[in-house]
Design a protein around this ligand. Structure first.
Ligand code: OGA
Ligand code: NI
Length: 384
């Protein structure tokens, strides 16, 4: 456990911690820990009301998320019932666990394994990929929005863009030697699963009908087709949350919603992800061999508010380091995201402004504080 004194006197803290010049902070938490850190540097200490235990008050509750069984979605006798469960999960939670997803164990275990080995590399090797350029196909960094965060988060990351793979892969880390091949396999598998899930999402919104032969047919001109989603953007984010000496003072990731359509999250068996549900922060119980799938802002917009992007954050712990891999899927970067015309009528007017990836980047760059809510989505809302 961390110290009892939640807020230590700053001088004492600075004396007791290693020197925490700005340059060290930019090098990430893993590197700080490697230097033998025993207290959380001031830069990571959240104001009291934003700390994990005080944020919503009270004990943390463990939440069992809705579970969607992928094999039941693929089976015509159980598909429609499972689509109803999917719709309910997206409306009420904005997140669910996906089991029996069909991705081979080996693809998943090698991805987790290579992620760990990447963060175990000497700092000099990892640091080759440090960059402020958000367009870079491989980017190693720390915190949430490193350039703007007033308080840093207890997280390092490796972001690998997959658009298209052939152009991006040569820029990905060459060490560990099997990283590129492993992430390529993983990204192809998750992209396929994403498309299968989008087919189900479109059908659950009444925008597409899958026939028994599993080919798709259009109902009318306002319906969507999976093609719109096929050449979308995919970003793989490997997150590393080292064990933290004072976890009650900081967060691994601040409250945020993901910008895209769906995120497929792989977490190891260490708890850390929390979602806001019915006004409270609740911990998501890790379920072996499953993906956490969450609705992103673009799907909330596309569904004209019927499916809700989920507000989530990550808490860290004092004994275990945690690794997660998020695969963020959306439309192509230059596509405009807008409510599907079929979901808009007089009774249900458009609730969001059209948006594209450029709007999002502008928004992030202009934030002078870390994103603490679904604030980007709020900025796209038309008045009710
Ligand atoms: C993310 C995210 C959660 C986690 O990468 O956007 O929310 O558990 N990750 O790492
Ligand atoms: Ni997220």
């Amino acid at each position: 456990m961390g110290s009892n004194g939640a807020v230590a006197d700053t001088n004492y803290r600075e004396n007791k911690t290693i020197e925490t010049h700005d340059q060290y902070l930019q090098e990430g938490v893993r590197h700080l820990c490697e230097r033998g850190l025993t207290r959380v540097p001031t830069k990571y200490i959240l104001p009291k009301e934003e700390r994990p235990n005080s944020a919503m008050g009270g004990e943390t509750t463990i939440l069992k998320l809705p579970v969607i069984d992928f094999t039941r979605l693929q089976d015509s006798s159980s598909r429609s019932q499972t689509l109803n469960s999917l719709a309910k999960a997206c409306e009420e939670f904005g997140i669910f666990q996906l089991i029996n997803h069909g991705i081979k164990d080996e693809v998943i275990s090698t991805m987790t394994d290579v992620s760990k080995r990447f963060f175990d590399l000497p700092f000099e090797e990892r640091s080759k990929y440090m960059s402020n350029d958000i367009a870079s196909p491989a980017r190693y960094g720390t915190s949430f929005n490193q350039n703007n965060d007033a308080v840093f988060c207890w997280r390092d990351f490796l972001k690998l863009s997959c658009n298209p793979l052939s152009d991006s892969v040569p820029f990905w880390p060459s060490s560990p030697v099997d990283l590129r091949e492993t992430v390529v396999n993983y990204s192809k598998s998750t992209n396929f699963l994403y498309l299968m899930m989008m087919e189900a999402v479109l059908e659950s919104l009444g925008l597409m009908k899958t026939t028994k032969s599993s080919s798709t047919e259009k109902i009318d001109t306002k319906t969507s087709s999976l093609e719109e989603f096929e050449d979308g953007s995919q970003l793989i984010v490997v997150n590393c949350y080292p064990a933290c000496p004072e976890p009650e003072l900081t967060l691994g990731m601040p409250p945020h919603s993901d910008y895209g359509i769906l995120t497929l999250l792989l977490q190891d068996q260490v708890e850390g992800l929390q979602i806001q549900h019915q006004g409270k922060w609740v911990t998501v119980e890790p379920l072996p061999n499953s993906f956490i799938v969450n609705v992103g802002d673009h799907l909330e917009i596309f569904s004209n508010g019927r499916y809700k992007s989920v507000l989530h954050r990550v808490v860290v712990n004092s004994s275990k380091s945690r690794i997660s891999v998020a695969s963020l899927h959306s439309l192509p970067f230059d596509a405009v995201v807008r409510p599907s015309p079929k979901l808009v009528d007089e009774a249900n007017p458009t609730r969001y402004r059209d948006t594209d990836f450029a709007n999002f980047l502008e928004y992030i760059a202009s934030c002078d504080h870390q994103t603490k809510s679904k604030s980007f989505l709020e900025s796209r809302k038309l008045t009710d």
